[in-house]
Design a protein around this ligand. Structure first.
Ligand SMILES: [Fe+2]
Length: 503
């Protein structure tokens, strides 16, 4: 696609986004009710996982570690998640809406120091000043919204973090990466990788290649156009390429997968309803239609091949590998497409009967010879946020590490699992009935090249005792429980994704 055509598509998408909310003006009837949430929270302490923060920062706070950090484990776990979800009695109804707060957990011998800070996006700064929400949200209709000039006016920078060459970035699927100071977590501003690509989405799930470069996509389709921007950023932080991949349908995707040779994008077909409402309110998955899957050779995008498989609603992929003419991609299916659109929606409303969006781990098998694709159920369920050791050989399955539910008294995960799917083995550590367990990041042991040799670092919320915490486990002995663990004297809401920066 030539650049002019791309920009035309892109602008038509942006216009749709800007025009939609103006239709809402004066027609808004029911908003999220902050008092209803507060009532629910008194009865169900675990709703603290979705409680709004009302401070721009926490810490720095140093707490002692129980147990002992393994030799060689040193660095900072950065995490991000929606945190500011209420203003002036109005509460967001969709978990993805809150403005992002980035956390840094820096490990020293015997202690960990936590600090966090709201990302100072233009949206957050203006809304702080106004004392109310001013801009459209991804999943909640907002009354009396301001006009939107581009994606970064509504960018909450709330989904993930990554580092490139020592620089720290807060990521969101609908707009620019925001660069932060890696020590103080102060916001430096949005990143423009190339002058003509201002505010083009740079999504929240970049994948690091073996050469240290970073692949990512930005969904133009998310805003009404059709296509993906495929980004390739060098290990030095300079843009290598930004190419548009035209897509045959309007497909939703939140992340992607990668083998040594290919990028794999799985598009879930959807219909975007006319009229008013936020993006996720207007999005209807077309569950009777096939997913379209792009297999893009890293070194020759023009050789892209498209596959079709049954509909699936997927936010997160695990590893992918290539063997005997077949690509296998691990994916967490949200098996209830309606629940998938707004996970834990009832919890956002303060409803104690909330349940987690049901999930199941599938293999996507893409036969490169026949062109056939199919999903295969692994039999593993109730998990999300799968991660793995990227040093795993490109022709074999990696072990997956993911939060799981193991007799949880909350609707959220309360354990972490290590899954060797091919051998049918798993190890689980259960933190407790009501301790909520988040994503666990794999940290390779320095100096080792053996896949799986390293640690998991994951965050926790003990709502009953009003404290957030962190645990470090041996990735090969997950069922032994944490080697080291620490709790803060305060709590903050659950987040989404993290990144461990060594050093
Ligand atoms: Fe995600």
């Amino acid at each position: 696609m030539d650049r002019r055509r791309f920009l035309r598509n892109f602008l038509s998408g942006a216009t749709a986004l800007a025009v939609g909310p103006t239709l809402l003006h004066g027609e808004w009837v029911q908003a999220g009710d902050a008092s209803r949430f507060a009532t629910g929270l008194r009865e169900h302490p675990w709703l603290a996982g979705w409680k709004s923060v009302n401070t721009e920062s926490f810490g720095p706070t140093t707490v002692e570690l129980q147990g002992r950090l393994p030799d060689g484990f040193a660095g900072t776990l950065y995490r991000n998640g929606p945190a500011w979800t209420e203003r002036a009695g109005f509460r967001y109804e969709h978990w993805f809406d809150g403005d992002g707060m980035v956390h840094g957990w820096h490990f020293d011998e015997g202690s960990v120091t936590h600090r966090s800070r709201m990302v100072a996006t233009p949206k957050f700064v203006r809304e702080q000043k106004a004392g109310r929400f001013l801009y459209p949200a991804a999943g909640t209709s907002i009354p009396d919204v301001r006009a939107v000039r581009n994606n970064d006016d509504v960018n909450t920078a709330n989904t993930s973090v990554t580092t490139i060459n020592g620089r720290l970035f807060a990521l969101h699927e609908g707009g620019s990466a925001f660069e932060l100071d890696p020590d103080q977590l102060t916001t430096l501003g949005p990143v423009t990788w190339r002058d003509d690509l201002v505010a083009v989405p740079f999504s929240a799930h970049p994948l690091k290649d073996r050469d240290g470069s970073l692949w990512n996509f930005g969904s133009i389709g998310l805003m009404g156009g059709a296509g993906l921007m495929v980004w390739h950023v060098g290990a030095n932080g300079m843009l290598i390429t930004a190419n548009v991949l035209e897509t045959p349908i309007h497909g939703y995707l939140h992340s992607f997968a990668m083998t040594e040779k290919h990028l794999i994008f799985v598009l879930a077909p959807f219909r975007y309803a006319e009229g008013e409402g936020a993006f996720f309110e207007r999005l209807h998955f077309s569950t009777d239609q096939a997913c379209r899957i792009a297999v893009v050779p890293k070194d020759s995008a023009e050789q892209t091949r498209w596959f079709e498989a049954d509909f699936a609603a997927v936010y997160h992929f695990g590893d992918a590998f290539e063997k005997n003419g077949e690509i296998v991609v691990r994916a967490v299916h949200h098996t209830d497409a309606q629940a998938a659109k707004s996970p834990l929606k009832a919890a956002m409303k303060g409803d104690g009967s909330a349940v987690n969006s049901p999930t199941r781990l599938f293999d996507l098998r893409l036969n490169l010879r026949s062109g056939q694709a199919r999903w295969v159920d692994t039999g593993i369920g109730d998990l999300e946020f799968p991660l793995f050791d990227p040093r795993t050989r490109g022709d074999r399955a990696a072990r997956l590490y993911a939060p799981v539910s193991e007799g949880s008294s909350t609707p959220y995960f309360n354990a972490v699992g290590a899954f060797d799917v091919e051998r049918g083995r798993r190890q689980v550590h259960r933190y407790g009935d009501a301790i909520m367990a988040e994503e666990h990041v794999f940290v390779p042991r320095p100096g080792s090249r053996r896949a799986g040799d390293g640690w998991l670092v994951g965050t926790l919320l003990d709502a009953e005792r009003g404290r957030s915490g962190i645990a470090v486990l041996d990735a090969q002995r997950v069922s032994d429980g944490p080697l080291a663990q620490a709790w803060l004297p305060y709590a903050f809401p659950l987040g989404f994704h993290g990144h461990f920066a060594v050093g």
